[in-house]
Design a protein. Structure first.
Lengths: 240, 240
DNA sequence: TTGCAAAACGAACGTTCGTGCTATCTTAAA
DNA sequence: TTTAAGATAGCACGAACGTTCGTTTTGCAA
């Protein structure tokens, strides 16, 4: 039953199965993989050690030993979610050129990250922030810190876009970042609560409108044309 | 200990203390008053019968008898929150004239409702929606229904404003309602997580910009002037 | 082959959860 | 003054929670 979690493969697995310790690390990672998905759907508090253990067909105590406390498990889960977020959203967006293309990509990939159900409960951090915003503690602090990172990333791309003359000088980075983030989270909210996929095209349209409004002549050429792309049903039907 | 909750006042109390039943109803209401505030801060699931009972200095079983199940308690709490929301937000906004004034008032009063901490955990429904969006059941359905009512109220005001020529004909009510709601919830999010009061002026500015963008010449006269009103510190310092 | 530390287990701890059952108190009506 | 219904309390339940403990299994190193 132990090896239900971590199969002792012969060789050629990503990280060579070197020592006893490595085995433990792989189990830990396997636990967190499930924990992250479970927590995004049922909340970090609803993420129960017993539930998690039975989901992985291992004992509560064996699982518990990896973390030492529920709070540590929650923190590790948050950290694992951050890794996934960076891999799925931040890194791909940074493949785009500095400034406006990157800013737009950040927003576009974020919407895809929710739409594609990278986490089955939508944006992990939107859920965690709502759950912990009223409970002081290390989990809350970490979640708040990560969302600050995200806002800083948006602000950074906006500032760059201004510096290279793609956005007007009167575009306030903090204000614009607030609005873009709010529209993204609004799409997440509508999709989670109503399964409303149209929310993504609404958010997309609103964001593009926002960006165009502050774009210089050279900047606006870097944005997708209206009615194109991953838009709603209507825009696809009207295209061509 | 009974009368810790409902004091047996002589007379002149709002509803005359008529019968045994009326007394129970008043206790029920007193329970819900506390329940709503507790739930907005700690969540509808974190709202515990034992905790609620000790908060009211009454027994678990005595309190429990009023509802029969936790789910019924949650539903009653949601309903009580809706009553408060209607009293604090919808009703005041409907005092404003039909169309654009009412639409703006809806947004403005909503921001005040969060800023003024009508519920100590911020917008009750934003919290409840985030908590229950992944758990099917009657609570989720009711919360989703109430938020649909709110969006419909926004859409209704937008449609009215269009009909009386205050908003452009090309302003899509569903799209605009989505954006206004997203910006409001964004302010709630920033305030809950960071205590950031500036978020209110950011949301206010963004909403006004949205409304002005779609306003006709006659409509724009009905909106507050830029940089005036309950804005942030900066706008107050710059005024006059 | 044996030794030994890491990993996982199983059982139990004390607490809290939601939920019943029954007795007692309060009070309008008879 | 008696009666009966409604409101509340007291107590107990089974389950699940996070956590601790001692033991067993596992697999590299000597």
């Amino acid at each position: 039953m132990v090896n239900t979690v971590v199969k002792q493969t012969g060789a050629g697995q990503e990280k060579a199965a070197k020592g006893r310790r490595a085995r433990g690390d792989r189990t830990r990672q396997a636990i967190l993989e499930v924990a992250v998905d479970l927590a995004s759907a049922e909340g970090l508090e609803g993420l129960t050690i017993g539930r998690l253990a039975s989901e992985l067909s291992m004992s509560k105590s064996g699982l518990f030993a990896h973390f030492g406390s529920k709070e540590e498990l929650q923190l590790a889960t948050v950290e694992a979610a951050r890794d996934i977020f960076i891999r799925e959203v931040v890194r791909p967006a940074f493949a785009a050129g500095r400034g406006l293309p990157r800013l737009w990509k950040l927003c576009d990939v974020w919407l895809a990250y929710v739409k594609g159900e990278v986490f089955s409960g939508g944006c992990f951090f939107a859920a965690a922030a709502a759950e912990f915003d009223g409970r002081p503690g290390s989990v809350r602090d970490r979640v708040a810190g990560i969302m600050k990172e995200w806002l800083a990333t948006l602000r950074g791309a906006i500032t760059e876009a201004r510096e290279v003359g793609q956005l007007d000088a009167d575009a306030d980075p903090a204000q614009l970042a607030f609005e873009l983030n709010a529209l993204e989270m609004g799409a997440n909210w509508a999709f989670q609560l109503y399964g409303d996929r149209q929310a993504f095209s609404r958010a997309r349209d609103a964001i593009l409108e926002r960006l165009r409004r502050h774009s210089t002549a050279s900047g606006s050429l870097l944005l997708p044309q209206a009615g194109k792309g991953r838009g709603g049903r209507a825009s696809r039907a009207a295209a061509r």
